[in-house]
Write a protein that binds this ligand. Structure first.
Ligand code: ADP
Ligand code: ASP
Ligand code: MG
Length: 408
């Protein structure tokens, strides 16, 4: 007998018929003698709908009330799933985040899980219940409802698996595993049987939304056995996130991620002297704006151009800050560009193979795609390109690195 945590995303519980399908899958696992904890998201589109209602009232609604609002989506699905399970003759009990309780910090709309009390859930499991927990939500030290950020039900699933020392955490979604890149953008994308935890962490942080990054961090920290599978088809083996790197016979690059979340700022004609980068980024940090990529080009006239990227939603604020810095440091001009995209290749094979960067840059050049910025780490290379070339860049790289599925 195993203890399994299964998480079902929005499309997987998007209608009554699908909720019934989930109940049937859970019943199969119960029939095999396993204990099952199920985490569900809100029905697909519901979280967006609720956010839309709030925005009709105010552009920036109070974060505490926002959490009270958006957490309701998951309360609907836990109840409906329990009804469907009971309809199949199973014992089932629903839990909202505060009923578990799942304790978080107080960072509304992006809270972090601090502690999970597993006692009540364990008692129910021992009494033969399926335990159904609302994803995405928790409660802080002052009993305020909190939510974990978009895609946060993945994190609830993995955190519960860690707290309960579950044998496996299964993330059921609308694709049958982790692919070499988003199969909706590149139809040739190939499902991976395994991917290392390190690679999954990079892909999630660089834009692959199949798993929320915090869920991968949790899985790494608590060594949770994590698998991504389809809730629609006969699930198959899905993709297992592994901790050991048995990469010998695999490709150098495991996956490609992309996003349009960033904007680029450039400050031109900056006097080339010590302390300038510190002044620019210091002012940005003081305004609480996170910086991602940074590039400084030394000119021949004693000045430099300094570029960096921030989250797109912070472009306006960052431009205002730079306008003030500009006169203080004697720079010439400030520009902002939100028509950029970041494309990243990820693979632990990069550690042992030379020439990956040059191959990436040549493939992009062959498509006439200009690279605006570059950043690298041990297992990834990211480039900024004009956003209209994003999909072309992803396809070209997918092919160049031999990731396209071979014709059947
Ligand atoms: P859920 O509602 O089940 O949480 P999400 O929409 O959050 O589902 O995540 C699944 C989606 O992630 C897929 O439909 C796919 O479009 C997207 N995706 C992005 N990158 C990848 C990838 N590398 N492999 C698989 N899916 C990916
Ligand atoms: N319902 C939340 C969202 O749409 C959480 C989740 O689905 O994981 O982001
Ligand atoms: Mg998701």
């Amino acid at each position: 007998m195993a203890l399994i945590v299964q998480k079902y995303g929005g499309t997987s519980v998007g209608s009554i018929e699908r909720i019934r399908n989930v109940a049937e899958r859970v019943a199969k696992f119960k029939m095999l003698g396993h204990q099952v904890v199920v985490v569900v998201s809100a029905m697909s589109g519901e979280t967006n709908r609720l956010i839309g209602l709030a925005k009709e009232i105010q552009k920036d609604p109070d974060p505490r009330e926002m959490d009270v609002l958006v957490s309701t989506g998951e309360q609907v699905t836990i109840a409906l799933l329990c009804m469907a399970l009971k309809d199949l003759g199973l014992k089932a009990k629903s839990y909202t985040g505060w009923q578990v309780p799942i304790r978080t910090d107080s960072a509304h709309t992006k809270a972090r899980i601090e502690d999970i009390d597993d006692q009540a859930m364990r008692a129910d499991l021992d009494a033969g219940h399926v335990v159904v927990v609302a994803g995405f939500q928790g409660i802080d030290g002052e009993n305020n409802i909190t939510t974990l950020g978009r895609g946060g039900s993945d994190t609830t699933g993995v955190a519960l698996a860690a707290a309960l020392k579950a044998d496996e955490c299964q993330i059921y979604t609308d694709v049958d595993g982790v692919y070499t890149t988003d199969p909706r953008i590149v139809p040739e994308a190939r499902k991976l049987d395994t991917i290392t935890f390190e690679e999954m962490l990079e892909l999630a942080s660089l834009g692959s939304k199949v798993l929320q990054i915090r869920s991968v961090e949790f899985a790494g920290k608590y060594k949770v056995k994590l698998r991504v599978l389809s809730s629609f088809e006969d699930a198959g083996e899905g993709t297992l996130i592994t901790f050991e790197d048995n990469h010998m016979e695999q490709a150098v690059i495991s996956g490609i991620a992309f996003n349009r979340d960033e904007a680029k700022l450039t400050i031109l004609g900056v006097p080339d002297k010590p302390g300038v980068a510190g002044s620019i980024l210091g002012a940005i940090a003081d305004a609480n704006i996170d910086v991602d990529m940074i590039v400084q080009n030394v000119g021949s006239d004693g000045t430099t151009d300094f570029s960096f990227t921030v989250h797109r939603s912070e472009l306006k604020k960052a431009l205002e800050v730079l306008d003030m810095v500009k006169s203080a440091i004697g720079a010439r001009e400030v520009t902002g560009d939100d028509k950029i995209a970041k494309v990243s290749i990820v693979g632990v094979g990069m550690r042992t193979h030379a020439g990956v960067a040059s191959k990436m840059f040549k493939s992009l050049a062959a498509e006439n795609i200009n690279i605006q910025m570059i950043s690298t780490s041990e297992i990834k290379i990211s480039v900024i390109v004009e956003d209209k070339y994003m999909e072309l860049a992803v396809r070209a790289l997918h092919q160049a690195f031999g990731l396209d599925a071979r014709p059947a």
